[in-house]
Design a protein around this ligand. Structure first.
Ligand SMILES: [Zn+2]
Length: 166
């Protein structure tokens, strides 16, 4: 049995343990979170969030890509979110690669140079500041006054805020 089959069995137990309920489509805390795909960050548990409370957008690094802006635009313009919380973390996989090196690896192994930016980084604090700026400067987003950046320590589980001006 593969891992996915195990998860399907887990879902049966999960669904059996809960009453059926329909929550509103709009997140009740009017919040969108952008963070990394890292498997050690349980966003809902770490922030005390429940179902139906926030949008959570994840990719490798928690990078503000065009697709993240697309999701934030829908989140704010159609689904009522107002605040944006950006979370990078310690020991990120995107700190272990370089843009040029990973791009060259992809091209060497496939013959195709990727059209996407790799968006690796070395300094999580510097990158989260850049991410805050990208959100604040996107005119597609009507709500840009409450955008805050953080770094999550995967060992201590604590969030540290990164000042945009620091
Ligand atoms: Zn990461």
């Amino acid at each position: 049995m593969g891992v996915i089959d195990e998860l399907l069995a887990n879902n049966e137990s999960f669904a059996d343990s809960l009453p059926s309920a329909h929550l509103p489509l709009q997140p009740s805390r009017r919040l969108a979170i952008v963070t990394c795909m890292d498997s050690r960050l349980d966003v809902f548990a770490a922030l005390g969030l429940g179902d139906g409370e926030a949008h959570v957008l994840r990719n490798a690094g928690g990078v503000i890509t065009d697709d993240v802006i697309r999701s934030l635009a829908v989140s704010q313009r159609r689904l009522g979110t107002r605040e944006v919380m950006l979370i990078h973390h310690t020991d990120c996989g995107m700190q272990k690669i370089s843009d040029d090196g990973f791009r060259a690896e992809l091209q060497a192994e496939t013959g195709v140079a990727p059209a996407f930016a790799i968006e690796s980084f070395t300094d999580a604090d510097a990158d989260i500041r850049q991410s805050v700026l990208r959100v604040r400067r996107s005119s597609f987003l009507p709500h840009r006054d409450q955008v805050r950046g953080f770094v999550y320590d995967v060992d201590t589980h604590r969030l540290r805020e990164v000042g945009a001006g620091a």
